[in-house]
Design a protein around this ligand. Structure first.
Ligand code: GRG
Length: 307
């Protein structure tokens, strides 16, 4: 398998989906839709939507080889709307995270943040609209298969809600400058702020691809470890890389005295922990059916990433 070419193929599919499945910039009121597209189209690694597509392809291919396992549903649903919904939700969280009342950041995905490019109210509303659009898209695109639509909406709502993404963000804000934040606080923050969406992306791809319950549980476990590894690497990069490479302001964690892996464990131990979580994700991928090569290479590329 040619990993860079395969990644490029999936990212191109995501970019096309984002363009087709999000209202045009000219939609009234144009300023709002321009702001939504500005943040979505600023780039980004597209990790989460690529995970949706990769988990889907792996299971859909395994199911095609063994059609007897799903006798009542010969047509495999399109995973692209689910991938786009996940990226809309992720982008909303970045827009809101950058707002003055949260991280107050000027740079995201190598460009001025939405509130810098537009204004605070427009950025807030663009985030709200992307969040809402994610669920509208799932409801609309998967309407012909109500059980699938329900499962996807429930998965994304759980991952993005007050017990996971938003709860993780709240705990992160509460832990800022707390001298006594513990490993348990750190795990809560990162399992929810970061790993929840990565888990959901894999599970949603599994759902559209027709994964069975054991495979969905395996995908969730992979997402948990990949998410933790991803966040530890994020903390290391914040402490060691520069803003131009990251496309966002570097060194912010130390400045805000955030509770991070690097603050609690130092750089060497953080690197070891990231490796351990990546290794567990890799080992768990072995429990999935079908061709796992792309997912394994993706875990490696996330561990070795520079932005
Ligand atoms: C505002 C509800 C709400 C949540 C915000 C996403 C987030 C939670 C905060 C952003 C800061 C941060 C370090 C989050 C952890 C997850 C993370 C590393 C996000 C950045 O994801 P990337 O690197 O970004 O995949 P791109 O731009 O490549 O998509």
């Amino acid at each position: 398998m040619d990993f860079p070419a395969e990644l490029k193929r999936l990212v191109a599919r995501v970019e096309l989906g984002l363009d087709q499945l999000v209202p045009a910039a000219t939609t009234r009121p144009a300023r709002l839709h321009e702001a939504m597209r500005y943040s979505l189209q600023a780039g980004g690694k597209r990790l989460r939507p690529v995970l949706v597509l990769a988990a889907h392809e792996l299971h859909a291919a395994a199911r095609m080889r063994n059609p007897g396992s799903a006798p009542r549903e010969p047509r495999v649903p399109d995973p692209l709307p689910a991938a786009v919904a996940v990226e809309c939700l992720h982008t909303y969280s970045l827009i809101h995270d950058d707002l003055p009342c949260m991280d107050n950041d000027d740079l995201r995905r190598g460009r001025p943040t939405a509130h810098r490019q537009f204004d605070e109210a427009t950025a807030l509303l663009a985030g709200d609209a992307l969040l809402t659009h994610a669920f509208a898209l799932l409801a609309e695109a998967y309407a012909p298969d109500p059980a699938l639509a329900h499962a996807l909406i429930r998965e994304l709502a759980e991952a993005a809600g007050s017990r996971r993404l938003i709860g993780g963000q709240m705990a992160d804000l509460l832990a800022e400058k707390q001298a006594r934040a513990t490993d348990d606080d750190l795990e809560f923050i990162h399992l929810n702020k970061t790993a929840a969406m990565i888990e959901a992306a894999l599970v949603m791809g599994g759902l559209t691809g027709g994964a069975d319950a054991p495979s969905l549980a395996t995908l969730r476990r992979i997402g948990r470890h990949l998410g933790l590894a991803f966040q530890i690497v994020d903390d290391i990069l914040d402490a060691t890389a520069d803003s131009a490479t990251l496309g966002k302001t570097a060194g912010k964690d130390a400045k805000a005295d955030k509770t991070t892996f690097v603050k609690l464990h130092g750089l060497a131990d953080s690197r070891r922990l990231a490796r351990e979580h990546s290794d567990t994700a890799r080992a768990t991928i072995a429990d999935l059916p079908g061709d796992r090569e792309f997912l394994l290479a993706l875990v490696d590329s996330m561990a070795a990433r520079s932005n």
